[in-house]
Design a protein around this ligand. Structure first.
Ligand SMILES: Cc1c2[nH]c(c1CCC(=O)O)Cc1[nH]c(c(CCC(=O)O)c1C)Cc1[nH]c(c(CCC(=O)O)c1C)Cc1[nH]c(c(C)c1CCC(=O)O)C2
Length: 342
């Protein structure tokens, strides 16, 4: 079915456009009052697991601002949860995994699930969301990178440096690679199922890739992302976003990905240079810059588009939107793109 607004998919193909498409990482979230209303009534995983709620939260930012793509409300941690690892979302704390995976025996206990069964609620949420979107705009599905998922599985919670996750990789690489491969196999099946259920593109979030040195990144992160891209690229366009991973843009550009995410510490010029100048890039507004006044946000967004160029470019933030962003500032970000003319 042809979408009424296919700007995002055209940018992923590298086609010439009048203006670049825009969406925001974590756009379905806590800066929206209508999201907070739902959050008051249902806990985190209930929101993820109830297709009616997940689809409603997904379309909330679209109704308010009219972005060019929607991203399914869910979380990267539904994968470890489906792999027999307990995951809790503690209010005002974040993810908490009471039994972190830190030994070979614990890795052996991790299962590769039947994603159609264990994560069937995600596929249902996709179908309901597609109905609500009514072929207006594309829907993005996502997963965490295997390294970023391992970070939570081993550390057991968020961390400034993920020291326990790194210690596990560096002292027991054989067990670490077995865990990474189990996560990779599950993620491939999961993303393939999401595409079959109706998502138009997928994004892999390597949120903690930048914690690794370039050499360790190859061993513990990139080779697994490469497997995911290779398995998915003929089924849907794949966006790879690695926070702090500017050093890997060259390898990522050759991976078969349709587009690469960039964070705000890398200039547009550098990102184009490092990625070879031919692949679509996505990013990279500093999420905290949405705290500037709306007029200044608009000016900076226009400058950002000029720096990346309107083609082969998707306007986004350099990481997820912060909960304390005023709703009118988020609107200024989206409107600046829609008002863009060369
Ligand atoms: C690392 C990571 C996680 N989850 C995710 C990542 C990768 C992206 C990134 O780096 O930001 C991905 C994610 N999580 C969520 C989405 C929704 C879709 C979207 O709008 O982008 C997406 C794409 C919902 C969520 N996931 C979570 C919330 C907030 C809690 C809540 O709603 O109760 C939302 C809206 C909880 C969550 N989930 C996670 C953390 C660290 C937290 C708590 C801290 C935080 O909120 O940022 C793990």
């Amino acid at each position: 079915m042809k979408l009424k607004n296919d700007l995002f998919l055209r940018a992923l193909k590298g086609e010439t456009v009048d203006r670049p498409p825009v969406w925001m990482m974590r756009q379905a979230g806590r800066y929206l009052p209508e999201f907070m209303e739902i959050k008051k009534k249902y806990d985190f995983f209930t929101r993820c697991q109830t297709p009616e709620l997940a689809s409603e939260i997904t379309v909330q930012p679209i109704r308010r601002y009219g972005m060019d793509a929607a991203i399914l409300f869910s979380d990267i941690l539904v994968i470890p949860q489906a792999m027999n690892i307990e995951v809790q979302m503690k209010p005002d704390f974040g993810p908490y995994l009471p039994n972190p995976v830190r030994t070979q025996a614990a890795v052996d206990e991790v299962v590769i699930p039947d994603v159609h069964q264990e994560l069937n609620y995600v596929m249902q949420a996709i179908q309901v969301t597609k109905e609500k979107l009514n072929d207006e705009i594309p829907l993005i599905g996502f997963a965490g990178s295997p390294w970023t998922i391992l970070c939570y599985c081993v550390q057991g919670q968020g961390s400034k440096n993920f020291d326990k996750a790194k210690e596990f990789c560096f002292t027991n690489p054989s067990a670490a690679h077995q865990l990474l491969q189990k996560i990779t196999d599950t993620t491939i099946a999961y993303l393939q199922a999401k595409v079959a259920a109706g998502v138009n593109a997928v994004q892999v979030f390597d949120s903690w890739g930048g914690m690794l040195s370039p050499v360790d990144y190859q061993e513990f992160s990139f080779q697994y992302i490469q497997q995911i891209v290779a398995a998915l690229k003929d089924e849907a366009p794949v966006i790879v976003f690695g926070k702090g991973c500017w050093f890997a843009l060259g390898d990522m550009a050759k991976s078969g990905a349709a587009a690469l995410g960039v964070d705000w510490t890398c200039s547009a010029r550098n990102a184009r240079y490092l990625s070879g100048g031919n692949i679509t890039l996505q990013g990279n507004f500093d999420p905290s810059r949405l705290l500037s006044r709306p007029a200044e946000i608009k000016r900076m967004v226009t400058e950002m588009i000029n720096a990346f160029g309107k083609d082969k470019y998707i306007v986004n933030l350099g990481h997820g939107i912060l909960p304390n962003i005023p709703v009118d500032n988020a609107r200024a970000f989206v409107d600046a793109v829609k008002e863009y003319t060369v």
